[in-house]
Design a protein around this ligand. Structure first.
Ligand code: NAD
Ligand code: UD1
Length: 435
């Protein structure tokens, strides 16, 4: 369970920080003698207060990875840490901002081990996206070109109990982040959305133009609301270059077994629960319903390997930089803006990231049995409230536009997940130093 009042008091600081006049900030930096920084803040102040924000050019992505610096919010988390690996492997410079409310800095140490990168190509700031001052520091100290925005709370059940915390962290946090980004002239953003925005899908496989439906919980609402907010940003200022990635069910782990999903407490999602049964931490998998209209009666989902998902983010950056994509599939839910002179895209691109294959709960249990080499006890329980029978993605648009396709199958996802779980039965909390 996370604690809302984090140890650094993000919310009170936000309330304070958003009220600090820009002049005051400018003065503080001017006193420190940092004229360049001061000029940046003057530009930011102008952008925040008047029309000049609309004419402030966005950062160009029409350049190579080694010249491109990506801010990864939530980069110490499950999907974020795997995305850092893929970005670094491709040669990007990476700045992680994470408040560690649901993660450990050990994950970033391990990202360094996996990539062999132990220098300033990977920087870390322990701070919240709600903290405007910290964001200004990050943008001032680093020439951020694009943002991949993972930071947020993600537990569906908890969001029903703590709606205020979820709306604050996910929605208000994203507003603060976008405002800071805009004020520093960075309007390239990839957002972690979710298949949850489709609700009970009107058709399967789900394409990007499948109508969205009201979410049944505050977590899902935050994703839908933020998709709208980010779309409106572009409508109001055509410099924005936004990609909304709707993830299906990310599972698996890096093949090294060094990074993976490390849920706090008893897992809510299927795969980490099965993994903890396999490692002996939990007794028995509860199968939530076997009377759905599916092949074996259990719920069907589109599980995607987290490394494939991470690579989808790198592909999204290529697309935003105009390096891939024909524009032919742009109609599916996407607002395609006129590209910039250098070919960099503008608009709002929407992509499903899944495999296009549905697997049932029992398919997952059996695949995990093959991975860990033993039978796993399971027991059928009543359906879980809010669950749908089946969903899986149509991935044609991501294939045609991003040039991206998921490579790994369910057996590989479970094998990698088992390696992570068996090598780190208690996640990062008892992590031994890496030799
Ligand atoms: P995660 O909890 O492992 O990672 C989120 C990270 O954000 C954590 O490291 C956490 O410490 C950090 N964080 C939370 N609030 C923050 C704040 N205010 N400031 C800075 N950092 C903050 O979750 P994940 O599974 O890696 O998910 C990443 C994103 O993808 C989330 O936005 C989530 O909603 C979305 N998503 C996840 C799934 C999934 O099944 N894992 C599915 C769809 C969408
Ligand atoms: C859930 C969330 C979704 C979120 C996603 C990833 C709900 C209703 N939906 O999706 O918003 O984006 O996680 O975080 O919570 N199952 C069991 N036993 C378990 C756990 C799950 O049988 O112990 C079943 C479920 O009924 C479902 C399938 O396994 O059929 C997958 O469940 P889960 O991993 O929780 O993902 P989703 O429900 O798809």
């Amino acid at each position: 369970m996370y604690k809302f009042t984090d140890r650094r008091g993000a919310i009170p600081r936000l309330l304070f920080a958003t009220r600090v006049a820009f002049d005051e900030i400018i003065q503080r930096y001017a006193i420190a003698g940092t004229i360049a920084v001061r000029e940046k803040f003057v530009r930011g102040a102008a952008a925040a207060g008047n029309e000049s924000e609309k004419t402030m050019a966005n950062k160009s992505l029409a350049k190579g990875p080694s010249d491109t610096c990506v801010l990864v919010t939530g980069g110490a988390g499950f999907i974020g840490s795997h995305t850092c690996v893929e970005l670094l492997n491709r040669g990007y410079r990476v700045v992680v901002l994470d408040d560690l409310s649901n993660s450990s800095e050990v994950a970033l140490d391990r990202v360094r081990t996996i990539t062999g990168i132990d220098d300033d190509r990977l920087a870390f700031y322990e701070a919240s996206i709600l903290d405007r001052e910290a964001l200004d520091r990050v943008f001032t100290e680093n020439d951020i070109d694009a943002i991949i925005h993972f930071a947020g709370f993600k537990a569906v059940g908890e969001s029903v109990q703590k709606p205020l915390e979820y709306y604050w962290n996910n929605v208000a946090g994203t507003l603060v982040l976008c405002e800071a980004a805009r004020d520093h002239g960075c309007k390239n953003l990839v957002f972690s959305s979710s298949a949850t925005v489709y609700g009970e899908p009107e058709f399967i496989p789900i394409t990007e133009d499948c109508p969205k439906h009201d979410a049944t919980n505050p977590y899902g609402q935050t994703k839908s609301m933020l998709e709208q907010v980010l779309t409106d940003l572009y409508v109001g200022d055509n410099e924005w270059n936004v990609v909304l990635l709707r993830y299906f069910n990310p599972i698996g782990a890096h093949e090294s077994g060094l990074i993976g999903e490390d849920p706090k407490g008893i897992p809510n999602n299927l795969l980490p629960y099965v993994a903890q049964v396999a490692v002996g931490k939990l007794a028995c998998v509860g199968v939530f319903g076997d009377d759905y209209p599916t092949s074996d009666g259990t719920g069907v989902r589109d599980y995607i390997h987290v490394v494939d998902l991470a690579r989808g983010h790198v592909a999204a950056l290529d697309w935003m930089g105009g390096k891939v994509g024909t524009g032919a599939a742009n109609t599916l839910g996407t607002i395609a803006g006129e590209p910039a002179d250098d070919g960099t895209r503008r608009g709002v691109g929407i992509f499903n990231l899944g495999t296009g294959t549905g697997s049932s709960v029992l398919d997952v249990v059996h695949a995990f049995e093959r991975a860990c080499g033993k039978e796993l006890p399971y027991e059928v329980k009543p359906r879980r409230a809010g669950d749908i029978a089946e969903n899986y993605a149509a991935c044609d648009k991501a294939r045609d536009e991003l040039g991206w396709i998921a490579e790994y199958d369910l057996d590989r996802m479970c094998a990698d997940s088992w390696r992570w779980q068996s090598q780190n039965p208690n996640g990062y909390s008892t992590a031994a130093p890496i030799a």
